[in-house]
Design a protein around this ligand. Structure first.
Ligand code: NAP
Length: 293
């Protein structure tokens, strides 16, 4: 078997960021507004702090304006809803996100539903979820949309392929199953959506032309679960303790990369695969929001 193609989300995302930066420069030249993303961060969760800081950094790199709005974790649901109402009518802000998870006393779904769907660049509002399901234009959730972009830009054919997704969450597996099965250039796949109740998961996975584990169990997918020549897109990112790293942890995917890679025709690394594509997809949505204003 030939060496697998490494589907580098890092390189693909860089290419997209450069394209976005060019468009931002053109907008400036034409006297148009620079896209502006706001991120609401409640509390001091370490993971959320990191993700939001990446989002702010990414905005800077492509020339977007960004605003980080911090609130203590004792903010009431009503106060957070008031903040969202203000952001909804703030013409300077094209799109905003509320970083999840929120503290337990806040109903996340109520908060998401309060966001103006035209500013919902995370694509989590029921209106955007519905529009996606109907194949209508709207904001797509970042991880599935980033994966579609990665497949497209790396010339991975999906039409007529059997795609097996492991994990049915609202932010990854379920929307990805919709996007891959719709009648689009990247789509037209026959999709099997697996979860914790799926019987004989290994046998299911072996039938995949394109295997997409998104379950959050480090190194769950082993070589015996993968068909020779399959494309493998590893969504999993779990922090595992690693004393050799400055941060004290390493990111592990759902795939045992060293043994699966030789069997695959193309595979994403972790880190540097789906993660950077998720980040850039938020920028794509923010640019889209600015275009819509
Ligand atoms: P989640 O909400 O915890 O969902 C996990 C899904 O996996 C559930 O549908 C669950 O089934 C299924 N599952 C769990 N154990 C299983 C097993 N042993 N066999 C079969 N299915 C199993 O997770 P998520 O938010 O979608 O995230 C999944 C992973 O992707 C995590 O590692 C997360 O960090 C990562 N992630 C990465 C990115 C990125 O940008 N790279 C973005 C988002 C998420 P049930 O529904 O039956 O419980």
């Amino acid at each position: 078997m030939a060496e697998p193609k490494i589907l580098s989300g890092k390189d693909t995302a860089k290419e997209i960021r450069q394209e976005i930066a060019v468009e931002v420069a053109k907008r400036k030249e034409a006297g148009l507004k620079v896209p502006h993303l706001a991120a609401v961060l409640v509390g001091n969760d370490g993971g959320s702090e990191t993700y939001v800081s990446y989002k702010v950094k990414d905005c800077k790199e492509v020339g977007f304006d960004s605003t980080l709005i911090r609130r203590d974790d004792d903010i009431t649901e009503e106060e957070l809803l008031e903040l969202i109402a203000e952001l909804n009518v703030n013409d300077d802000i094209d799109g905003f996100i509320v970083q999840l998870p929120l503290p337990e006393h806040i109903d996340s779904q109520r908060v998401i539903t309060a966001i103006d769907p035209n500013k919902d660049v995370d694509g989590f509002h029921p209106t955007n979820v519905g529009r996606m399901n109907l194949g209508l234009d709207g904001f797509l959730p970042a991880t599935p949309s980033g994966i579609i972009e990665l497949l497209e830009r790396n010339g991975i054919e999906t039409s007529g392929k059997h795609c097996v997704i492991i994990g049915r969450s609202n932010i990854v597996g379920s929307p990805l199953s919709v996007l891959l099965s719709r009648n689009r250039k990247v789509g037209n796949a026959t999709v099997t959506l697996c979860h914790s109740r799926t019987k004989d998961l290994a046998e299911m996975a072996r039938q995949a032309d394109i295997l997409i584990p998104a379950l959050g169990k480090p190194e769950f997918v082993t070589a015996d679960m993968v068909k020779e020549g399959a494309v493998v897109v590893d969504v999993g990112t779990t922090r595992v303790p690693d004393n050799s790293k400055k941060s004290g942890f390493a990111l592990k995917g759902d795939v045992k990369f060293d043994e699966v890679a030789p069997k695959s025709s193309a595979i994403t690394p972790v880190p540097g695969g789906v993660g950077p594509m998720t980040r850039v997809a938020l920028l794509m949505n923010t640019l889209k929001a600015a275009r819509m204003q």
